[in-house]
Design a protein around this ligand. Structure first.
Ligand SMILES: Nc1ncnc2c1ncn2[C@@H]1O[C@H](COP(=O)(O)OP(=O)(O)O)[C@@H](O)[C@H]1O
Ligand SMILES: [Mg+2]
Length: 292
């Protein structure tokens, strides 16, 4: 049985998402190794994820982005440092168990792999988390339908994953996360496996979704365009061992769409981030070449 919360811990459909602040304080993580050197994946990472904001994390391959997300998700324990969760402003008093500082927020994750159950319909895939949480059939199906409509998949409820394209399946993955109305949405290169055109459309749709949801979101991506299009803040990480090299505020107006990419401020942000990343990618390539 997957580790999903109880029915009482699932916010009701009408209340909407509750924003959460995540504070990462001097977090480090070392993967031990039986043969040879341990891998220092993260060294002294401190950062802050603002409530209701989208923060993108960008950095060279292998710099520890997924590791950081797994620590926030609670799947990996940091070797040193700590995490703090604080419920955001506007949190309703009836959500007391989630309002207290240090309580773990409701999280949902979208990974690169689709991870859908092939034997379940699209509706039942999206409703799965609610089913595990003990939400009754009528309510969970209504909520799953609403989540599918948000990702433009109304009408596909009775199909099976194999009948859908890669882009559609990844939208199902997104609907499956949104249906849980998470306080914290974690996205680890969610569009990494898709072709360039599908990716563009999904980025635009995700931009619209995050603008309306109010959820705190953390997006790991290797695409500068994706980071600038979707995020309020971009954290640029160094080559491994990963640290935060820069924190960049994205002051582009919302709503954002592909037209935003033609804004001169978009180009300026792109160039700035590319300049920072380029150095780190070259450093990462040199380290890999040295066998470290
Ligand atoms: N379970 C593990 N055991 C040992 N090393 C790992 C493990 N997971 C990741 N690593 C190493 O930690 C570093 C960071 O990995 P990861 O967080 O996946 O990077 P990113 O997501 O930025 O590409 C890499 O060098 C990777 O090889
Ligand atoms: Mg990764």
């Amino acid at each position: 049985m997957p580790p999903v919360g109880t029915a009482a811990a699932v916010p009701a459909a009408s209340t909407g998402a509750v924003a959460t602040t995540v504070a990462v304080e001097q977090v480090g993580l070392v993967f031990p190794s039986r043969s040879g050197e341990p891998t220092v994946a993260l060294a002294d990472v401190s950062c802050h994820f603002a409530p209701g904001a989208v923060t993108a994390i960008i950095g060279p391959s292998g710099c520890g982005k997924s590791t950081l997300l797994q620590i926030i998700r609670g799947f990996l324990a940091p070797t040193h440092g700590r995490l703090r969760f604080v419920a955001g402003p506007g949190d309703a008093p009836h959500k007391a168990p989630h309002s207290a500082p240090h309580s773990t927020p409701h999280m949902a994750t979208v990974w690169q792999a689709f991870n859908l159950f092939p034997w379940r319909t699209i509706l039942d895939n999206v409703a799965f988390g609610l089913e595990v949480a003990g939400v009754g059939r009528a309510e969970r199906e209504a909520r799953a339908r609403a989540a599918l409509a948000k990702v433009d998949l109304a009408g596909f409820e009775r199909k099976y994953p194999r009948q859908l394209s890669g882009g559609m399946r990844q939208r199902v993955g997104l609907a499956r996360a949104l249906v849980m109305e998470p306080e914290l949405l974690l996205l680890d290169e969610p569009f990494g496996a898709l072709d360039a055109q599908t990716r563009l459309v999904l980025q635009e749709q995700l931009a619209a979704l995050v603008e309306t949801s109010g959820t705190t979101a953390i997006l790991v991506t290797h695409s500068i365009e994706e980071a600038v299009l979707l995020a309020d803040t971009i954290l640029v990480m160094t080559a491994r061992p990963g640290r935060i090299a820069a924190e960049i505020a994205v002051d582009l107006p919302r709503p954002r769409s592909m037209a935003t990419t033609r804004d001169p401020r978009f180009a300026a942000l792109f160039d700035h981030i590319y300049g920072l990343l380029r150095q780190e990618v070259i450093r990462a390539m040199a380290t890999e070449g040295g066998g470290a």
